[in-house]
Design a protein around this ligand. Structure first.
Ligand SMILES: Nc1ncnc2c1ncn2[C@@H]1O[C@H](COP(=O)(O)OP(=O)(O)OP(=O)(O)O)[C@@H](O)[C@H]1O
Ligand SMILES: [Mg+2]
Length: 307
């Protein structure tokens, strides 16, 4: 009789709370003591997890972290103290803050949150280019990150993935905006989709009217973003003079926390933040090492895929 045919024991399930009692003599060796302390483990030893250190040592290849836990059990409090302990090592942080709860940390760090609200004084352009993505002339393909963002936003609003012809209908007009030497914005992208050029249509051997029809549903959904809840927040060039030089940059999105547009709003903010950080890092290398926090990230992950 092969092993596969033999009697099978049911899988044993146990909560992490009871695991220590179920396996009393097992202790994990830990990850070393270099870097930032998380807390104490069940046996009283210190538990250190520092993605920067572990990455440098080659022990991990992907320094992302996710914090799970029941409602109100201290996830955000942990993240705040973790960032504060990271500061000892000179590490900075950028935070997407949908509940408006990182103000005290910003205060302790001597900075002030950037508050986004409909009709407020601050605009962020989620289509700001990443490193090497400056507007160019004569290019018939748009920045991949920008296409991906627009496609993700439209897919979230439409409640389905985009068809191949719809992706093309995003890409070609967006390239037209970029080739004019301008940084694309959401309204400019929507306008370009509703009025595609003959050159854009010619690139895929079709007529302007066909390209317009292919992209019309997507354009109308994106247009809702520009004219709906998010009006005045992500629908123009990034406000000049924002101070992003501090050790902590907090994007306070709490004005729309209870809105149905929370996921889309967070996706726009995160896209802007990633492009801006990547540009800074590739520019003069200034700014040092950063932790990027997306609190309440379920709101983005539930609907959107953003690179
Ligand atoms: N170790 C602690 N000791 C005492 N109070 C704490 C501790 N950690 C967190 N708190 C407090 O518990 C409350 C909830 O914490 P927090 O907001 O961090 O939870 P959360 O898991 O992020 O909640 P949510 O799921 O709602 O986002 C806060 O008032 C916080 O100050
Ligand atoms: Mg929280």
């Amino acid at each position: 009789m092969s092993r596969a045919d033999g009697p099978r024991l049911p899988a044993h399930q146990v909560t992490t709370r009871n695991l220590g009692a179920a396996y009393p003599l097992v202790a994990e060796p830990g990850l070393g003591h270099r870097g930032v302390l998380i807390g104490h483990d069940l046996l009283g030893g210190s538990f250190v997890y520092d993605p920067f250190e572990l990455y440098a040592q080659g022990l991990i290849s992907n320094p992302n972290m996710i914090v799970f836990g029941q409602i109100g059990r201290g996830k955000s409090a942990f993240v705040k103290t973790y960032l504060w302990r990271q500061a000892v090592f000179g590490r900075r942080a950028w935070v997407v803050d949908p509940k408006g709860e990182y103000g005290a940390l910003a205060d302790a760090w001597g900075t002030a949150p950037i508050a986004l609200r409909p009709g407020g004084s601050v605009r962020l352009n989620p289509l700001d280019p990443g490193p090497g993505g400056e507007p160019t002339t004569g290019n018939d393909s748009a920045d991949g990150r920008q296409v991906e963002l627009l496609a993700s936003l439209a897919a979230a609003c439409l409640g389905r993935g985009l068809l191949p012809r719809e992706r093309v209908a995003v890409n070609l007009p967006l390239a037209t905006v970029g080739s004019a030497g301008r940084v694309p914005t959401l309204p400019a992208a929507v306008e370009a989709m509703l009025e595609p050029t003959a050159a854009a249509a010619g690139a895929i051997r079709t007529q302007r009217e066909t390209l317009l029809e292919d992209g019309r549903d997507v354009a109308l959904e994106l247009r809702r973003l520009v004219h709906g809840d998010l009006r005045g927040m992500f629908d123009g060039p990034t406000t000049a003079g924002l101070d992003l030089s501090g050790p902590l940059v907090v994007l306070d999105l709490s004005a729309l926390y209870n809105s149905a547009a929370l996921g889309v709003q967070m996706a726009c903010a995160t896209a802007w933040l990633q492009a801006t950080l990547a540009r800074q890092a590739s520019g003069n290398g200034a700014g040092g090492v950063h932790t990027v926090v997306v609190d309440e990230s379920w709101a983005v992950l539930a609907k959107l895929k953003v690179r």
